[in-house]
Design a protein around this ligand. Structure first.
Ligand code: ATP
Ligand code: MG
Length: 357
């Protein structure tokens, strides 16, 4: 049976990199005999908002829920729709309603890409950030008292549940176990956040009892961020709460050079609902319309999607293809963010040709 994929380009450069992501996906599917069926959607974009006054149609959940995966570009066009409206009205709805409780970001220095960290070579930086994606610090529980007076009080609670914590920890341990180094690092702050974070540490330890082959360490978030910069080679799989993971999953890809190459996955591991795959970058209004956005973030996201759907070989072929194009270093092919003078389409086509083999 064909694997059904919803294609949602979104805004700005999302509309420019998506065709390259689709081209790469189709080439890999054809080469490895994978049947895929793509369906395009124009919603979850600010153009859709301009026409309908909302980011999504009322029945979006029913329209999307039976897909095997969602392939997303980028959302946001602040000139017409404020970012919090476009984001909350689209991506965050998908994450919540489809219970995509794992946010997964590979942080890997690619050949031919210069890390902002001095003297780092491919191989030095190769880890994953696993972020809890549904609860924790982003729970919108709290309130204000005595607003506008000298006695004003503002409270926002962190909500961590055993169910919500254990399931993301399980995912992180499984991922660590599947990798050669089998190493898990937990982001904590149990010296300052004295209730939730010591409990988080306990849950990390308790889950670890099921994974004796995985070695575990933990760092407070402040020194952990410093170590991402000073010792990125220490890390293999890093697991973190929603807020800490948010920070780490931007810092990690930043250490690997251009934001244009970084992919991400929002995963519902049980497959009850579709998972969503998108580049880390946003809609980049500053370069939108110029045809110079790096398509690798979108293309790598396609590889993550194929891996998630069980097609490891096809995923590997996509990764090998963009690594080869980067390593070759032809300035006429590479986009400006990686030192070339090429275009989104030119680089996309060069990668697709390699995928075809
Ligand atoms: P978000 O929409 O996630 O809030 P943002 O709007 O802060 O993100 P981006 O849209 O990702 O940020 O853009 C940040 C910077 O990175 C911009 O200068 C943009 O041009 C650049 N950039 C983003 N994506 C790419 C890409 N694919 N290729 C080249 N440059 C990119
Ligand atoms: Mg943006």
């Amino acid at each position: 049976m064909a694997q059904r994929i919803a294609v949602i380009p979104g805004d700005g450069i999302g509309k420019e990199v998506m065709p390259e992501g689709v081209r790469a996906l189709e080439a890999a599917a054809e080469r490895f005999g994978i049947e895929i069926e793509l369906t395009d959607f124009d919603f979850a974009s600010c153009d859709y908002y301009a026409e309908h006054g909302q980011m999504l149609p009322d029945d979006w959940f029913d329209q999307l829920k039976d897909f095997d995966a969602l392939f997303y570009g980028a959302v946001g066009w602040p000139e017409t729709v404020p970012d919090h409206v476009s984001l909350w009205g689209s991506l965050l709805q998908f994450r919540r309603r489809f219970d995509q409780y794992v946010n997964l970001r590979p942080c890997r220095l690619l050949p031919g890409v210069k890390s902002p960290l001095a003297d780092r070579q491919p191989g030095d930086i190769d880890f994953y950030v696993v972020r809890e994606n549904t609860e924790g610090e982003y729970s919108s529980v709290g309130g204000k008292m005595f607003e506008g007076t000298e006695r004003e009080v503002v409270i926002q609670e962190t909500v961590m549940t055993r169910h919500g914590t254990d399931r993301v920890l399980r995912f992180a341990y499984e991922l660590a176990r599947s990798r050669p180094r089998k190493k898990l690092t937990s982001a904590t702050k149990s010296n300052g956040i004295a209730i939730t974070m010591p409990w988080w540490d306990e849950r990390v330890k308790a889950m670890g009892a099921n994974y004796p082959e995985v070695s575990v360490d933990q760092f407070h978030i402040d020194i952990l961020t410093a170590n991402f910069v000073m010792h990125p080679d220490w890390f293999d799989v890093v697991v973190a709460s929603n807020l800490f993971g948010d920070i780490l999953s931007d810092l990690g890809p930043a250490c690997t050079g251009t934001i244009g190459v970084a992919p991400s996955a929002n995963i519902n591991p049980e497959g009850t609902f579709p998972s969503l795959f998108e580049p880390v970058h946003g809609s980049a209004p500053d370069i939108a319309g110029k045809g110079i956005a790096n398509p690798i973030g979108q293309i790598w996201s396609a590889a993550m999607m194929l891996e998630h759907l069980g097609h490891q070989e096809a995923a590997d072929a996509i990764v090998a293809a963009f690594e080869a194009v980067l390593a070759e270093g032809d300035r006429n092919v590479l986009t400006p963010d990686v030192g070339g003078t090429g275009t989104t389409e030119g680089m996309g086509r060069a990668i697709t040709e390699r995928i075809k083999g």
